[in-house]
Design a protein around this ligand. Structure first.
Ligand SMILES: [Zn+2]
Length: 181
């Protein structure tokens, strides 16, 4: 399922969740074992893929967005302007892939993450565990999201190697293969 600004999460969608080890971070229970397997494999190569943020509920996304809007209003911006500014940083509830429970921000949310060993490990191996880089560089026009080297999305171990090989984004790949319109 693709969720973005133009394809909102179905109302009331709540995945069954499982915790990633004892990290306090949760993923869709179908995905957690894959992340844990990836984590263990990376660890053996001396790389620690600590989850930074995984599942986020729609309600929690709303709270984060509201508090940022209020912070801007407190700084003197109009409600409209504050809302627009906040939505550039926090996706409106129902449009974040994190509410699917199928993606993880790994280690940190910093574009410099792509210079790390952890990132290079993910580029080489994440697809073996069903994960793809969801928001690649120079694909902002397609995904509607800026380059996020830390954000890895589970698409399954069948699809991930194919998408990686194609060089396409998830939505481009699904469109070209007739799964998404
Ligand atoms: Zn993310």
């Amino acid at each position: 399922m693709v969720v973005d600004a133009t394809r909102e999460l179905p109302a009331g969608y709540t995945p069954v969740l499982d915790e990633i080890f004892s990290t306090g971070h949760y993923l869709d229970s179908r995905v957690t074992p894959y992340y844990e397997a990836m984590y263990k494999a990376a660890k053996q190569d001396g790389v620690t893929l600590t989850p930074f943020s995984a599942y986020r509920s729609v309600a929690r996304q709303q709270i984060s967005l509201d508090s940022l809007v209020n912070a801007y209003i407190a700084e003197g911006y109009s409600r409209e302007k504050a809302q627009a500014m906040a939505e550039k940083q926090i996706l409106p509830p129902g449009t974040s892939e994190h509410s699917l429970g199928l993606c993880v921000d790994i280690i940190e949310t910093d574009t410099d993450f792509d210079t790390t060993r952890a990132f290079r490990w993910l580029q080489k191996h994440a697809h073996e565990y069903g994960f793809i880089l969801r928001y690649p560089k120079d694909k902002e026009a397609v995904t509607g999201i800026v380059y996020e080297p830390w954000h890895w999305r589970f698409v399954g171990t069948d699809l991930a190697p194919k998408i990686r090989k194609s060089g396409l984004t998830l939505e481009e790949y699904l469109q070209q293969n007739g799964y998404l319109f």
